[in-house]
Design a protein around this ligand. Sequence first.
Ligand SMILES: [Zn+2]
Length: 433
Amino acid sequence: MKIYTADWLITQNDNRDIISEAALAIEGNRVEEVGPAAEVLARYPGTEVDALARAVILPGLINGHTHLPMAALRGISDDKPLLAWLTEDIFPLEARWEPALLRTSALLSCAELLRTGTTAFYDMYMLQENTFAAADTAGLRGVLGENLTHFFPQLGGGSLDEIFGRLRSLADAWRGHPRLRGAVTPHAVYTTDPDLLTAARALADELSWGFGMHMSETRRETADCLRDFHARPIPYCDSLGILRPGTALFHCVDVDDDDIAILRARQCAAVHNPASNMKLASGAAPVARLLSAGVPVALGTDGPASENAQNLFREIWLAALLGKLSASDPTAISAQTALDMATRHGAAAIGDPLAGTLAPGSHADFCALDLTSPNLQPVHHILSTVVYAAAGLENTLTVVDGRECYRDGRFLTFDYPALLSEAASLRRWASSR
Ligand SMILES: [Zn+2]
């Protein structure tokens, strides 16, 4: 057992308890107890104590939507509409990926997640054996979705039968992993057809994998879906029978009340990506309406090519601000709600009820912000400090499954200086068009 103490502990438990002069006791990969330090220390005399002093411990953040291997494409193309950005700049580069580069790129994203207090993610990309390897090395928890589209049959492994065969092998290779699980993630309604979507859903069921997809990201997507399939994206997918409990739908920007009713009835989780949606001018997801309907709304960064940072503290802050602005109501998304999205709702999106809270029995997944940072002083309300003032780089400790993965400037699960050297190859690859 080990006990961490800190000035503050945000539990995100059912009561949303916040404890001052707090202690977090962990046993192996689980939380044993949280409480006032004096009580916890008295209960476990002689236990190793790690005093973090002027810090706030909070549950590790959960990035509900990302494309980790796209770190190599960060900043390669900005300031364009989504479809032009994808078809003119991103897809051509993605068509010539090499496995070693994918792994380096994914590990670079993993480093950024750990650096900024994220302990779990829901990823979506191609050739995910590379991301599995990177996330396993980094020590992160995650759901890794294999992207299915009609754009890249050559990258996915050939015919649909061949791709599905590869995914069955991938599932065999990683089955039973303590932190990593697969998913089948068709790219979107506009890059697939009904046959691919229903086959993808069947494969997810066969493998006991998760299922997710980009959904209703723009009004253009809705218009095209109405033209091609005579229904809005969510009713169209529902008519195919692919929306089930635990399905994660990324974006949900252009959703109406009927769409929301379907998400609620099918017990799907939405994932809000405020920075990506703002940068691509996709619109503002109706987060407050989704939440009030009982739909979990997690937070995601989207890939590093569209939001550029894999830092969930930025998304928490933006989710609160954008939620207020788009509803013309400063109470629409509170600090507590924004943090819930990055923790408890994230747990719903990745289908892991032991994530997103610090309570007895939950995963020992947490981070700790250094409160001596000038932008975090003074502390009147610690929730306000974390949501509205923190930038993420104040994080000094990231623990996943009871294991310290990042601490005080050092990555403890892999050789970061060596990764930085490898990252130079990413730039050479991306610029050799
Ligand atoms: Zn995305």
